[in-house]
Design a protein around this ligand. Structure first.
Ligand SMILES: *Cc1c(COP(=O)(O)O)cnc(C)c1O
Length: 851
């Protein structure tokens, strides 16, 4: 019913007492997103309001009662906690600690990290899922280790959607506008206090972009926003929703991120030495940086060399269809002018994204052409990416391709429950927080007495069950369900009796994650869950992208099964998965289930969060789990071979899953001792923490980025820029010369191969190369020798270089005296590839010839 008259709203803000003035500072730094005591400080002022404002400190401070603040300012207990939190805050931001300093970077080195989403905390909704949370964790770890680092992203007015699930299991997506006043951000300002706005070109117009900043410890995250009065209504919408809108919206967002992001840094006077493109969305930064160098007078190819040598690209997608791409006409309508400024042909421009001849412009290809440091996010994903991206290096085999891998990690302070942190403080010594990456230190977890260990787990489980009940209740009553039915649904979710085996499955509902694999054989599942003495509760949660119909169908199906009488109380499909609920689940269930189709889980990170909380992984050995599983720290589902069809793979993988549940997981959980827990289970849970925490934390991950990429990229950046980019010009000219000549380059063997030699004797190898105008120092000729093995691969491979001996015209000879160090049957091969000492990776040209 409509009310007469107009509603006006006014928010009445409290004055914060002087004694508590620094609460504002705490609310304004994302430090709170990984420091639970500081969040608890707010919650204790008013638990109800804290929940009502979605655990958002800044919104909380604007709405809490002034009387309540005045009271707290006079309360010694509250002041004590307040001072403890501030002391921790000041220590964190104070003197850098010796062990935290990344070594190897030079003064002035700075990493700029670009991503389309960042997940710090549930109260800051500019993330959708794994990618964003990984980016948030990367920033947090960089802040922890005092890495010179800035991050760049987009400020979405609505962020990602909130999810409800209706009575029929349909996902209902709702978007709400964020009030930027409530977010931990401020407009970025120049020294004179003026706001920073930059502009990006769109067809026929300029779009204004406002730059905001958030504090991440001592580092900054810059966020870009087009919702400005000077923009047209359509342009104001560009940064409206994360992954919303159509292809046009997507390309515009990516232009704002890549092009606008570079201009924002420029306007701020920030001069990074390394640029990190985290997933292809940000790849347009390559074009903007190159354009700037070309307009300073550098030839295009030299400019691209300089840009690429200082750029890192991380791909997260294991299927080509998942890579962002735009139709040729569309890309051209946005970039024709840029192409002109780059001073290259349309064909050459489109080639940067692999477009032309009917192919779309692909952001992954652009990122690969514009970077010399590339990686996937697990060992398996590195291999998969080498294959998918193989055509960038056409003559290099995928196992040697410049595509490397760095396995993801998660931020320990954010995801390890406070209760575990407290226990480790007393049982392992405070220094455990410095020794995140030391597996030998973490063996100490195994010395914690079983009952103390189990008590912490049970406490966290009770908290999770409590949160679960309130979520399910809210969802059920809103959907007009009955109280009687609610009791049946929640019969096993009892915080007072957390002795039912709880298995969690929560992640994005993308079809490849096979959320419904558990329901492949309903009779078997019924048998497994039918024993009243050994009950099992499955908890499902997660969002499907609003455009992903099949993903939403999975949610509906699970909801439907949860309503079948025989599964009542054994299966819950819970709405509204976000960071807050995720933290509870990964610390509070007993088992974390993950069963994607191999090899489509690039890494997966929720299982890492679970594993470090002593929650046991039951998972397909895909992504990170292939590296994490050691036979004693969880359970592995060995994936059926890739060449089986989907039906057969589902059948085989689900059989593995049922057998593990039936024969191992459930019996082990219920083999309890007189103290009420299973000693075997506790042993495995301790192994889980001891082996997984030191390996899969974000400090280890960022350290790897530093050593593998950030240090070399910064070094290359300096080297290439010296003397007006002399090195970049030399390398670009050399590559052009090599590319021209390579088609005519050939290699053949000219000695007579011997079949047998006595151990200790040398054999001579001689090859002749037609260098087609290249010089002998332009190539490297190598002999690869190894032991023949049954699967056709070489083991113990060694590489030897052949030296140039003589040249006549185009033909040069190269030779080597090889004394094998092994007896037995050896295999060797000979190859040549272009080589220059300025190359970042020896195979970056992608050119190679074999004898
Ligand atoms: C960790 C996390 C994810 C990513 O989980 P995956 O296992 O990588 O799919 C997604 N959403 C939330 C809220 C998370 O906390």
């Amino acid at each position: 019913m409509l009310k007469p008259g107009t509603d006006y709203t006014v928010e009445v803000n409290p004055r914060i007492p002087e004694r508590l003035a620094r609460l504002r500072e705490l609310a304004d730094n994302l430090w709170y997103s990984w420091d639970r005591p500081s969040r608890t400080l707010f919650a204790r002022l008013h638990p109800g309001l804290w929940d009502a404002v979605g655990h958002n400190p800044k919104a909380f401070l604007k709405r809490v009662d002034e009387d309540r603040l005045n009271e707290a300012a006079e309360d010694h207990i509250f002041l004590g906690s307040y001072k403890r939190v501030l002391s921790a805050y000041d220590t964190y931001h104070g003197e850098p600690l010796r062990l935290q300093m990344p070594i190897g970077l030079k003064p002035g080195d700075l990493v700029a990290y670009f991503c389309a989403e960042f997940g710090f905390h549930e109260s800051f909704p500019i993330y959708s899922g794994g990618l964003g949370i990984l980016a948030g964790d990367h920033c947090k770890a960089a802040a922890d280790m005092r890495l010179p680092f800035v991050a760049v992203g987009l400020l979405y007015r609505q962020g990602y959607f909130s999810q409800r699930i209706d009575n029929d299991g349909n996902q209902v997506a709702t978007y709400t506008d964020s009030d930027f006043e409530d977010l931990p951000i401020d407009p970025a300002q120049r020294a004179d206090g003026s706001e920073i706005h930059v502009h990006v070109e769109m067809p026929g117009r300029l779009v204004a972009v406002k730059v905001w900043q958030a504090k991440v410890g001592l580092n900054k995250l810059y966020l870009l926003d087009t919702d400005l009065p000077e923009n047209s209504p359509e342009d104001r919408y560009i940064t409206h929703q994360l992954y919303g809108g159509d292809k046009q919206t997507r390309i515009q967002q990516e232009i704002v991120l890549g092009v606008g992001g570079i201009r924002a840094l420029e306007a701020l006077g920030i001069k990074p030495t390394t640029y990190h493109i985290n997933e292809g969305h940000a790849a347009f930064l390559v074009l903007e940086r190159t354009r700037a160098l070309v307009s300073d007078g550098l030839p295009f190819r030299a400019a691209l060399e300089a840009v690429a040598a200082s750029t890192v690209f991380t791909t997260h997608t294991p299927v080509p269809a998942g890579h962002d791409h735009f139709a040729e006409d569309m890309i051209w309508s946005y970039f024709a002018a840029c192409c002109n400024e780059l001073n290259i042909s349309r064909e050459e421009f489109l080639g940067l994204g692999g477009a032309g001849h009917g192919n779309d412009f692909n952001m992954t290809k652009l990122a690969l052409h514009g970077s010399r440091h590339h990686n996937g996010v697990s060992r398996i994903h590195g291999d998969v990416s080498s294959r998918i991206c193989g055509d960038i290096w056409p003559q290099v085999t995928p196992d040697e391709s410049p595509m490397d891998y760095i396995t993801n990690g998660v931020h320990v302070a954010s995801f390890l429950a406070q209760e575990w942190q407290d226990l480790f403080d007393t049982k392992l010594g405070y220094e455990w927080r410095r020794r995140y990456c030391d597996p030998e230190f973490f063996v100490k977890v195994e010395t914690i007495p079983d009952h103390e260990f189990w008590a912490v787990h049970q406490g966290l489980k009770a908290q999770m069950l409590h949160a679960l009940r309130s979520r399910v209740t809210q969802q059920h009553l809103r959907n007009h369900g009955s109280m009687a039915h609610l009791d049946r649904m929640l019969k096993h979710a009892n915080p007072l009796d957390p002795n039912v085996l709880v298995i969690g499955f929560a992640r994005r509902f993308a079809t490849y994650k096979r959320a419904t694999l558990l329901f492949e054989n309903m009779d078997w599942l019924r048998a497994i869950t039918g024993d009243a003495n050994r009950p099992v509760l499955f908890v499902f949660a997660g969002k499907a992208h609003p455009a992903d119909r099949p993903g939403q169908e999975l949610i509906r199906r699970i909801h439907e099964i949860s309503r079948l009488p025989e599964f009542e109380g054994k299966l819950l499909m819970v709405e509204g998965y976000d960071l807050g609920f995720s933290r509870r689940l990964v610390a509070g269930v007993d088992v974390w289930l993950n069963n994607p189709i191999y090899p489509l889980e690039a890494s997966g990170t929720s299982g890492m969060k679970a594993g470090m909380n002593g929650v046991l992984n039951l998972s397909v050995t895909d992504g990170w789990w292939d590296e994490g599983y050691d036979g004693s720290n969880g359970w592995a589902i060995k994936p059926a071979p890739e060449y089986y069809d989907d039906v057969r793979r589902n059948k085989e993988d689900s059989r593995d899953l049922y057998e593990l549940l039936q024969d191992q997981v459930i019996p082990m959980y219920y083999r309890r001792n007189e103290l009420g827990f299973s000693p075997e289970w506790v042993r495995m849970a301790k192994r889980s923490i001891a082996t997984l925490l030191p390996q899969f934390n974000s400090t280890r991950m960022v350290m790897e980025y530093v050593n593998k990429f950030y240090i070399p990229a910064s070094r290359q950046a300096r080297r290439f820029a010296e003397n007006d980019y002399a090195a970049a010009r030399i390398l670009a000219d050399w590559k052009a010369r090599v590319r021209q000549a390579w088609g005519g380059v050939g290699i053949r063997r000219i000695d007579a191969p011997v079949k047998r030699i006595p151990f200790g004797e040398a054999m001579h190898i001689q090859v002749a190369m037609n260098l087609n105008g290249l010089k002998p120092e332009d190539v490297r000729v190598e002999l690869l020798v190894g032991r023949a093995s049954r699967n056709g691969k070489e083991n113990d491979r060694k590489v030897f270089q052949l030296r140039a001996t003589e040249c006549h015209g185009h033909e040069c000879q190269f030779g080597l005296d090889l004394t094998p160090e092994l007896c037995g049957k050896l295999v060797y091969r000979i190859r040549a590839y272009p080589y220059h000492e300025l190359l970042t990776h020896p195979f970056e040209t992608g050119l190679m010839v074999w004898v």
